[in-house]
Design a protein around this ligand. Structure first.
Ligand SMILES: Cc1cc2nc3c(=O)[nH]c(=O)nc-3n(C[C@H](O)[C@H](O)[C@H](O)COP(=O)(O)O)c2cc1C
Length: 187
């Protein structure tokens, strides 16, 4: 797919089903996404796939954090089942004299979005989902997170279960200004 067309047509798909990318294909997409801008080439992230019963286990942990109402717990348990493949996004920042944490987070987001664009290019779809649940000890423990690591959510991944309408294009002009327009220079 042509790059501009890929970017313009990517949409997050709320309902996902099979097929999912096979392991080898997914690895090659991740390898390609590692070319995303990354100051110092720190690659301060890692991804964890959850399929089948692994998603059920995540749902149990989500339910355990959802309070006492059985209906709410049931809904929480079903959340990871909305896609056949979840890709947990783990931010793994390091202390660095020249590269602050925010730059490492920016590099991580650049890589994750590149994965989303590459999935779309291959005919798959995804949606990045997060929430307070990413901070819960039970959920963090399931993913084996170190204290220094942060769970940024999951890329729910698969094939769109139905058509996802295109998003109306927004006016780009307020997002791009010349310096003299944005901040008139005093003589
Ligand atoms: C860091 C991050 C976290 C997100 N978390 C959620 C979420 O928990 N639930 C949700 O419905 N959308 C979430 N979104 C938004 C969707 O992933 C998606 O980008 C949004 O619905 C816009 O749709 P589009 O990608 O088709 O433009 C999140 C996006 C980002 C970047």
């Amino acid at each position: 797919m042509e790059t501009l067309q890929n970017v313009l047509t990517r949409r997050s798909a709320p309902r996902l089903t099979d097929p999912v990318p096979p392991d080898g294909e997914l690895l090659s997409l991740v390898e390609a996404a590692m070319t995303a801008p990354d100051h110092g080439r720190l690659q301060p992230w890692r991804l964890i796939t959850l399929r089948g019963d692994e998603r059920v286990a995540l749902g149990r942990r989500m339910a355990a954090c959802a309070g006492d109402d059985p209906t709410v717990r049931e809904r929480a348990a079903a959340k990871p089942l909305r896609a056949p493949l979840l890709i947990a996004i783990v931010f793994t920042p390091v202390e660095h004299a020249k590269i602050p944490r925010w730059e490492q987070l920016a590099a991580t987001v650049a890589a994750v979005h590149t994965v989303q664009l590459l999935l779309h290019d291959r005919g798959y779809s995804s949606i990045w989902r997060s929430g307070k649940v990413t901070e819960q000890d039970e959920v963090r423990a399931l993913h084996g997170l170190e204290d220094t690591e942060q769970l940024l959510g999951w890329l729910y991944t698969g094939t769109a279960a139905g058509p996802v309408p295109p998003r109306p294009r927004l006016d780009p002009k307020p997002r791009l200004r010349s310096l003299s327009h944005a901040c008139p220079l005093s003589a």
